[in-house]
Design a protein around this ligand. Structure first.
Ligand SMILES: C[S@@+](CC[C@H](N)C(=O)[O-])C[C@H]1O[C@@H](n2cnc3c(N)ncnc32)[C@H](O)[C@@H]1O
Length: 265
């Protein structure tokens, strides 16, 4: 029966489009550029989980210090790329979504962002927000690209950030193996992921963790990641980074990513 093959193709097409949709574009613009009250206008709620794209940089970059080149893989609409420009003199943000990259580029050019915030049903509110001071958009460049198959002449970086990307690519092994060439000796990798493994993004056979091996042994994601990185990287830090993604006025996703910081030997 051909049905499974057809569903696989259909689900790959759906995944290819999900980050091109209005819904996700609006969600990510708010996630990256909305104020605390824009995102969570309630007295209750995990405020410490706001500004994840900022914290993925601000919680780790100070210990790394000023650098020349940084790379933000799976940059979406670009906030972490701009945050990296506080530390690096040249930053490249790469994402597979042409719409996300166009939005990031528009923020870079204008310093402003138009956000359409979903309230309920088809009701939305329009917000205009600006890039905060202290960022250097002129140091940033955005490009469409596949993090698991980077253009050969992209060069090397002293810092690579991959936030919430590992469990969204088709081949996490390829992604993890690519860091060896992308990161200069002595450079750093910030890898953050909630390990939400889903077959519509990553075939089960490609999951680096969150599964049982053929002998029935449980392989946590950090163990699978370490197995692939340990020959070229030293694990410096492991920590939890909660984040809150607003779906609409009364529905939020609260997740806890695990961030690891690695140093290239
Ligand atoms: C869950 S979002 C995370 C975005 C951002 N880093 C953040 O933390 O808000 C995953 C992002 O990875 C991008 N993406 C998925 N597969 C990719 C690939 N192979 N290469 C580059 N970007 C990819 C998606 O378009 C999306 O912007």
């Amino acid at each position: 029966m051909n049905l499974p093959e057809f569903s696989a193709t259909a689900s790959i097409a759906a995944v290819a489009n999900v980050y091109e949709s209005d819904l996700l574009l609006d969600q990510y613009l708010l996630f990256h550029y909305g104020t605390a009250d824009d995102q969570l206008p309630y007295a209750e709620g995990p405020r410490e989980a706001l500004f994840y794209p900022v914290r993925c940089v601000s919680e780790f970059a100070p210990a790394i210090g000023p650098i020349e080149r940084a790379l933000d893989l799976g940059c979406a609409v670009g906030r972490s790329t701009f945050e990296l420009s506080r530390w690096a003199t040249a930053v490249i943000g790469v994402d597979l979504s042409a719409r996300f990259i166009a939005a990031a580029e528009s923020v870079r050019e204008t310093g402003r962002v138009e956000i359409r915030r979903l309230e309920e049903g088809e009701l939305t509110t329009r917000l205009t927000r600006s890039l905060p001071p202290g960022l250097h958009p002129e140091r940033c460049r955005f490009e469409i690209g596949d993090a698991t198959d980077m253009r050969k002449d992209i060069g090397q970086f002293q810092l690579v950030l991959a936030a919430n990307l590992l469990d969204r690519v088709r081949s996490p092994v390829r992604l993890l193996n690519s860091f060896r060439a992308l990161i200069r000796s002595g450079g750093h990798l910030i890898l953050s992921s909630p390990y939400t493994w889903l077959e519509e993004f990553t075939p089960r056979s490609e999951w680096v963790g969150g599964r049982y091996n053929s002998g029935g042994k449980a392989i946590p994601s950090l163990e699978g990641i370490t197995r692939l990185l340990a020959t070229d990287f030293e694990l410096l830090l492991t920590t939890d980074v909660p984040f809150l993604l607003r779906e609409h006025a009364r529905k939020f996703q609260w997740s806890v990513a695990q961030a690891t910081v690695w140093k290239r030997s």
